[in-house]
Each structure stands twice: as C-alpha cells, then as structure tokens.
Design a protein around this ligand. Structure first.
Ligand SMILES: [Mg+2]
Length: 186
C-alpha cells in the first residue's frame, strides 16, 4: 500500500511554535484549544487576516520549518509502515520557499523515505491519484474535503479543535500515531 502523509499537524508541531510567535508579536494569549479555525485570525481580535498571513510568511521565511518539533510517535509509526512493506510519500501544501528547510528537516530527523517529498498548491488529490495513494493522513479540514471530493483514498484525520466539523464517510478521526497504528493493525 502507498501511504500519503501530510507534514504540519501530522509529523511536525507547527501550531505551537507559530502560536508562540504570534502571541509574542501581537501581545495576545491565544491557546491551542481556542484555535477552532484553520484561519486563526477568526479566533482572536488580536490580529487581522492580513497580519496573520504576513506573520505566517515571515515565520516561514525565517527558517522556522527547519526546526519544528517532530510530533510524538511519528518516526516510529513511519518506520513501522516501511518495515511492513508499505511505501510512504510526504505531500505538503507548505509554501515553495520552505522547500530546502523541509528537505533538511526530514533528513536531519531521519524520516524514512525522505526523498518521496511533494509540494502541492491546495489540490493534493492530483498527486494522490497520480501516485496511486491508498491511505492519507491529514489535519486540514479544507484539504480533507478536497481529497474526499476527488479521490477514493481512505483518510485519517488527526484530531484538532480546528477540524471538528468534518463528517465524511471515508474519514476516520485519530488522536495520534498510536491510534493510527491500531486502526491500520501495523
Ligand atoms: Mg497539515
């Protein structure tokens, strides 16, 4: 089986480093559980949409994607997948300017099959169908909806306050990588 793996919110903790960056910049006290939208400016009066996206790009261009913490259980789960004979492909909507930081982070953290890295611009379904991916692990509600609309892939949604509204037949909610391994019996 070919597995498609999202990076931020699935393999890397993007939320907390960026949350701390925004809280420092705007003197806000945004907490993880308050982020109920993928567009965080909708969850606070502390910054507006333009400020949110300006800081998002500043954060990324400062090399932050090179040093995001790896989420617990990630490497163990990915190695188990590969050892069980499966193939893994990392498919991310990160901006193009993060490419080298992403390559470096995957290598430095010893991610298996780290050459299987694809950057998309919103429509992951194209590459999922092209590669013949059977299972995808994702956290973005927008991306999950796009994949569910345009592929037959089975989707694991990593549970966050910002993706509680998803109700699709091909989507299974998981807390963490342990849940994933249990569900996939790996
Ligand atoms: Mg993500």
């Amino acid at each position: 089986m070919r597995y498609g793996i999202d990076l931020d919110g699935v393999c890397f903790d993007f939320l907390n480093p960026f949350r701390e960056h925004l809280n420092g910049k705007f003197d806000t006290n945004l907490k993880e559980e308050e982020i109920t939208s993928y567009f965080w400016h909708e969850n606070t009066d502390g910054f507006n949409e333009k400020e949110f996206f300006d800081e998002f790009h500043k954060f990324g261009k400062a090399g932050s994607y090179r040093t995001l913490p790896v989420l617990p259980g990630t490497l163990d789960a990915l190695e188990r997948l590969v050892n069980a004979g499966h193939e893994i492909f990392y498919i991310t909507n990160r901006p193009e300017y993060t490419r080298q930081d992403t390559i470096d982070a995957l290598r430095e953290n010893n991610f298996p099959s780290n050459k299987n890295l694809f950057f998309t611009k919103g429509n992951k379904s194209l590459i999922i169908n092209k590669l013949g991916i059977g299972v995808f692990v994702e956290d973005s509600e927008t991306v999950i909806t796009e994949i569910a609309d345009n592929t037959d892939v089975y989707i694991y949604c990593v549970d966050y306050p910002y993706n509680k509204d998803i109700e699709r037949v091909n989507v299974e909610r998981i807390k963490d990588w342990d849940d994933f391994l249990l569900a996939e019996a790996i």
